[in-house]
Write a protein of this length. Structure first.
Length: 273
C-alpha cells in the first residue's frame, strides 16, 4: 500500500507562516490521524508540558473537538461551535477546532459550517478529518486546503482464520451483553487466551475503533461491530476506543499479556468510561 502523509508539509506551512485557516484531512485511520494532528497542534502553539497533557486529555480551553451526537454531527453542535469561536483564545494565539469524522455532518450542519469557513476570524484555525471524502459537501471541500494522512496497516489487523478470533468475539459479546461470571468462565476454559492474550487485546481495540468509525476494515465480523454499536451510544464507543488506544500505547511491551487483557476487560466491563 502506498502511504502518503502531509503532516510534515503542514508543519512547514506554519513555520513559514503561509498556512490556511481551514484544512480538510483525508485519512485511512481516523484515530491515528487525530493523534498525529494533536501532536502537530502542540508544536504549532509551542505547548508546554501542562498544555500538552491538556490537549491529550481534550481539556485544553482553546481546542474544541466536535464529534457525532448519535450518528451525525448536528446543526446545534455547529451553532455551539460558532458561539465559542466568537470568543478570543484564552491561552494560545489561536482558537483551534477539529471536526471528526467530518463526513458525519448532516446537510443542515454542513451548510451552517460553511458560513464559518467563508467568514473566518483571524484567530481561528480549523481541521476537518474524514475517511470518506466523497461525503463532504463540495462547497466545503472547495474552500479547504486538502491534505492526506494515510498509514500502513496495523499489524494487529487480523483475518477470520486465526486461532484466537472466535475467542475475541466471545469476549466482546460478554463485555457488552454478559456478566463477569461469564467472562471468568470463558477465560478459565479458553486455551487461546493464555497463548494469544496480546493479539486478542489488539483485536478488541480494533473492533471498537471500527465501531467508532476510526478504522475501516472489511475482514471483521459485522455482527460483533453491531453488538458494540447497539449497546453503546456513539460517545461511549468513541470513549472506549480512545481508552483502548491510549492504554495499548502506554502499556509496557514487556507486560504480562494476560494481565493486560484482564485489565482491558475489567475496565470495559466495570469502569464508567
Amino acid at each position: 500500500m502506498d502511504v502518503k502523509n502531509d503532516f510534515n508539509f503542514l508543519e512547514k506551512e506554519f513555520n513559514e507562516n503561509k498556512y490556511s485557516h481551514i484544512f480538510l484531512i483525508e485519512t485511512n485511520n481516523l484515530a491515528k490521524c487525530e493523534e498525529e494532528l494533536k501532536k502537530k497542534i502542540k508544536t504549532i502553539i509551542k505547548a508546554d508540558d501542562i498544555t500538552s497533557k491538556q490537549i491529550d486529555n481534550e481539556e485544553f480551553i482553546d481546542l474544541i473537538i466536535v464529534r457525532p451526537d448519535g450518528k451525525s454531527i448536528k446543526k446545534n453542535q455547529i451553532a455551539d461551535l460558532q458561539v465559542r469561536l466568537k470568543v478570543k483564545p484564552v491561552i494560545s494565539e489561536k482558537l483551534i477546532y477539529i471536526i471528526t469524522p467530518a463526513d458525519t455532518l448532516n446537510e443542515i450542519a454542513s451548510n451552517k459550517l460553511l458560513k464559518t469557513i467563508e467568514e473566518p476570524n483571524d484567530n481561528v484555525l480549523g481541521f476537518l478529518i474524514t475517511n470518506n471524502l466523497s461525503q463532504i459537501l463540495s462547497t466545503i471541500r472547495s474552500r479547504c486546503e486538502q491534505l492526506t494522512a494515510n498509514y500502513k496497516c496495523d499489524n494487529s489487523i487480523v483475518l477470520y482464520n486465526n486461532e484466537y478470533i472466535e475467542e475475541t468475539k466471545k469476549i466482546i459479546e460478554i463485555i457488552e451483553t454478559g456478566s463477569m461470571i461469564d467472562l471468568s468462565l470463558l477465560m478459565l476454559e479458553s486455551n487461546a487466551i493464555e497463548k494469544y492474550s496480546k493479539e486478542i487485546a489488539n483485536t478488541i481495540k480494533d473492533y471498537y475503533n471500527i465501531a467508532s468509525r476510526a478504522l475501516k476494515q472489511d475482514n471483521y465480523d459485522k455482527n460483533i461491530v453491531n453488538i458494540i454499536i447497539k449497546n453503546n451510544t456513539s460517545k461511549d464507543i468513541i470513549k472506549k476506543a480512545m481508552y483502548l488506544n491510549k492504554l495499548m500505547n502506554k502499556l509496557n511491551v514487556n507486560m504480562n499479556g494476560e494481565l493486560m487483557l484482564y485489565k482491558i476487560i475489567i475496565d470495559l466491563k466495570e469502569v464508567k468510561m
